[in-house]
Design a binder for this molecule. Structure first.
Ligand SMILES: [Fe+2]
Length: 396
């Protein structure tokens, strides 16, 4: 049977035109045993559409690892590394990840108590909640009424030493059913989004770039992003914004001197725009929470200076200034009309282009709502490519 694709169901809150190239359901193939020809087709579809859904899939952790690895054959270890070091135990990610013993590249994530699962006798899973990460929270009374927030918009990446994974695979083993929830942005805009319980929300990095006004497109194409060393340890004492799109600037980040040992050469400095290896399009890809500095190149020779921001370039090191500029560039693309909230069913397998989309955990489960997902992504064999010289000429 030939591979067939169908659009993902876009919710009524979304602008269908903006999401028309985002996401496809793939039918007619078993993602656990793709032939080389089928894989090539799936590979290109993923880069074209950003996320692929396979329904009713039976997939072992071994098959999930093999499928994920096929996108980057020389990658080997989990996106955050396979071994837990002392330093990582201080990371804000530590409580969310449990490793499948047989296949350490695959993590068990979810909510509630899971027993006798793929070699784990017992695992206590906790769906991350905005209440432990954001500066402010939805009141318990409003939570009771179904109001919630995005947890943390991000790219799956260690952002120190290791290269950002190309692809993440998420497989829904146990998916509890429950009432829909309402995401509040709580940032003065009054924006809200109605979502299925426990959705994973996605936005397309192409839109994040594409909807910027020309002066910010020019900044984006000239900017490199410098992340903090051990960013998840660094940010652990700090609090996030109510949209989950970055950190409040309150000076609470850990001092670089107090971090686990780090080396300048392992700090990640990555372009703000990542070039899609199949379509050549530019995706605005920044993990806002981990950013420490922005390095903006001067305008290239011949570019129009009138109305340009930072025409002579600048190295922004003031965290508040860095975050404010970045927020101005990223916030428009998480408006409800740009968000695809996936409605999980058991045995759904979602593959997403981790270098082309941002995603977030959403909502809150009760302790008895048991959910088990398998997640796999692999530290990549190289760093993402930035804009070409032609791209800079076109957009600067
Ligand atoms: Fe993630």
């Amino acid at each position: 049977m030939a591979i067939e694709i169908a659009p993902l169901p876009v919710p009524p809150t979304a602008d269908a035109a903006k999401l028309k190239d985002f996401g496809r359901e793939v039918k007619g193939v078993n993602p656990g045993s793709l032939s080389p020809e089928e894989f090539k087709e799936v590979h290109d579809l993923l880069y074209k559409y950003g996320a692929l859904l396979f329904r009713d899939v039976v997939l072992s952790p071994e098959q999930q690892f093999a499928l994920t690895k096929a996108f980057d054959p020389t990658s080997e270890s989990y996106g955050h590394g396979n071994k837990k070091t002392e330093g990582e135990k201080k990371s804000i990610l530590h409580p969310d990840l449990k490793t499948i013993p047989r296949v350490p590249q695959v993590q068990l994530i979810g909510n509630g108590m899971v027993y006798d699962h793929e070699g784990l006798a017992e695992a206590k899973l906790k769906h991350p909640s905005h209440t432990t990460f954001h500066k402010t929270r939805v009141s318990p009374e409003d939570e009771e009424k179904g109001f919630t927030r995005y947890y943390r918009w991000h790219i799956d990446a260690a952002l120190y030493d290791l290269s950002p994974p190309k692809v993440t695979t998420l497989y829904g083993v146990t998916v509890p059913k429950g009432e829909r929830q309402h995401v509040r942005y709580d940032d003065g805009t009054g924006e809200e989004l109605d979502v299925p319980l426990g959705t994973t929300a996605f936005v397309d990095g192409r839109n994040m770039f594409g909807i910027l006004p020309p002066e910010l497109k020019s900044v984006a194409v000239r900017t490199k992003v410098k992340y903090a060393p051990h960013p998840y340890v660094w940010m652990a004492p700090a609090h996030a914004l109510s949209t989950g799109l970055g950190i409040m600037s309150e000076g609470l980040e850990m001092s670089y001197d107090d971090l686990p040992p780090w080396e300048e050469s392992k700090i990640k400095v990555l372009p703000m725009l990542w070039k899609n290896p199949v379509t050549g399009e530019l995706h605005l890809q920044v993990h806002p929470c981990g950013v420490a500095e922005l390095i903006i190149d001067p305008l290239p020779a011949g570019a129009k200076r009138e109305g340009a921001l930072y025409p002579d370039g600048v190295h922004l090191k003031d965290l508040k200034e860095v975050r404010e500029l970045l927020y101005k560039m990223q916030r428009p693309a998480i408006a409800p009309s740009f968000v695809y909230p996936h409605d999980w069913h058991e045995r759904d397998l979602v593959l997403f282009h981790n270098r082309g989309v941002l995603h977030t955990v959403v909502g809150a489960f009760k302790p008895d709502q048991v959910r088990a997902f398998h997640q796999c992504n692999l530290a990549a064999s190289d760093d993402p490519k930035g804009p070409s010289e032609e791209d800079v000429k076109q957009w600067a």
